[in-house]
Design a protein around this ligand. Sequence first.
Ligand SMILES: [Zn+2]
Length: 305
Amino acid sequence: MSGQNSGSAAPQSATERESAAVVAFWHNLGLPGLVDIHTHFMPANVLAKVWAYFDQGNAHTDHPWPIVYRQPEDERVALLRAFGVRRFSALAYPHKPGMAAWLNGWETGFAARTPDALHSATFYPEPGADAYVAEAITAGARLFKAHLQVGAYDPRDELLGPVWGLLAEARVPVVVHCGSGPMPGRFTGPGPMSEVLARHPRLIAIIAHLGAPEYGDFLGLTEQYSGVYLDTTMAFTDFLERIAPFPVGLRPRLADAGGRILLGTDFPNIPYSYVHQLQALARLDLGEPWLRAVCHDNAVALLGL
Ligand SMILES: [Zn+2]
């Protein structure tokens, strides 16, 4: 015996240990893996700017945000696969006009070389948005992203009317960052997006971060509209609980909304390890059927995976 490859006695790297913990989580639930509806992949220069934004403390001035997963793109994809994330999104979003169509072109290429990524796309209130959104849907996009805080736009903007209409008609879901956490924006909060839903009640909208910190209002939208979902991104983690704690009194509604909650993590832009998001869901104590639905089955049903 060489002693070098002696099986379980071999020391594991931190990555191997974390992968084993994530795999044990879904395996113990009897799932075939995870579906993560809220991960970010974007052109390297854009991602570098996003990381610089977090490094400079702009995301939330009172709380340092040291991003854990700064590997090159191929290593980040390999890591999600090692975690057993069967499908994951590739959300990108513009902060200014003239950027969304270019991001969508990049996303089409990423989806083509990454078959387990959900082909993702985005938009901005600008002339021609309806045309490039229609083009992205034709090209196979099955998930969009709208970031009202970073984009600093009003979702009721008349240039977006046809965009919401197209998405509603095509039944293509859109992940919308419209809660006021971790930083509020001019058009965040439940008001503006509620008006969009009143005009487009068939829209499939996945509210990012469980709508933090306006959890109750956004849970209310899932009760009002059959197409409103919430993603778990950062919710219930030690990090977000310090900034925007989830009220314990809302847990029964969280249990009732179990069919409309989707696992999301914000990988790779998170200041803690991936497995912590899963542990944060488990410690809610809402039961294994709730966890199975949230971590896999709801997304499979919604996206027809
Ligand atoms: Zn995100």
